[in-house]
Design a protein around this ligand. Structure first.
Ligand code: GDP
Ligand code: FE
Ligand code: FE
Length: 200
């Protein structure tokens, strides 16, 4: 693990320093989840000819802001001039989309491929790239995930990235509906787009 090198994305980037900082601000479960997503995302990237380091760094950072208080997200939505409709949602939607801005501010990472994968890791996008797909799927199938259907999700990911993405969006929408949760419009747009692109 320790030889992962993200120097090509940000010269001088010190992964060990980032790990110390993440460990101090995240719960043990969340910190280890981020490390597992980094590893699975790198594996998917290698399997599907995607940039392994971008997929790995975005995987490591995808939940960087997850445990920040609501007030911090609300302040960042305003200071970064993000769509005010975001204020109607909560942590689930904020930690990726708004989290990417917090990562820019705190870590000085400006690689848009990495930032977009973080922004899109929860709700997807109609414009998902290979890096985005690796992180999106890795978050869903990392080894400690054990919801009903996770084995089918792993098989879908092994068929193709598009199949993995389509499976995950379908499962997520079903889950949100079952639990009477509101659905962020981008999640619907992503579902409508990707459901025709995978071999389900
Ligand atoms: P995690 O951060 O590793 O727990 O995983 P995710 O970032 O994928 O998901 C975070 C939370 O957002 C989960 O509880 C999802 O069910 C939830 N979520 C995903 N899509 C939507 C949506 O469209 N609307 C709402 N309200 N929640 C969503
Ligand atoms: Fe997340
Ligand atoms: Fe996650």
């Amino acid at each position: 693990m320790t030889d992962f090198n993200y120097d090509s994305i940000k010269p001088g980037f010190d992964r060990d320093k980032l790990l110390t900082s993440m460990k101090s601000q995240l719960s043990d479960f969340r910190y280890k989840h981020c490390l597992r997503v980094e590893k699975v995302s790198r594996g998917l990237a290698a399997q599907y000819n995607v940039d392994v380091d971008k997929a790995g760094l975005a995987g490591l950072l995808h939940d960087y802001a997850k445990e920040r208080p609501a007030d911090e997200f609300k302040a960042a939505i305003k200071s970064h001039n993000l769509n005010r409709d975001l204020l109607n949602y909560g942590n689930g939607i904020w930690h990726g989309i708004v989290g990417a801005e917090i990562i820019k501010d705190e870590l000085g990472i400006y690689d848009e491929d990495v930032l977009n994968a973080i922004r899109r890791h929860t709700v997807g996008s109609t414009r998902m790239t290979g890096v985005d797909k690796c992180v999106f799927i890795a978050d869903f199938i990392e080894p400690k995930r054990d919801f009903p259907g996770v084995d089918d999700a792993r098989k879908a990911a092994d068929t193709s990235l598009n199949t993995g993405v389509a499976f995950e969006l379908k499962h997520t929408i079903e889950h949100l509906v079952d639990n009477n949760r509101t659905i962020y419009p981008v999640t619907f747009e992503s579902y409508n787009y990707w459901i025709t692109k995978g071999e389900l």
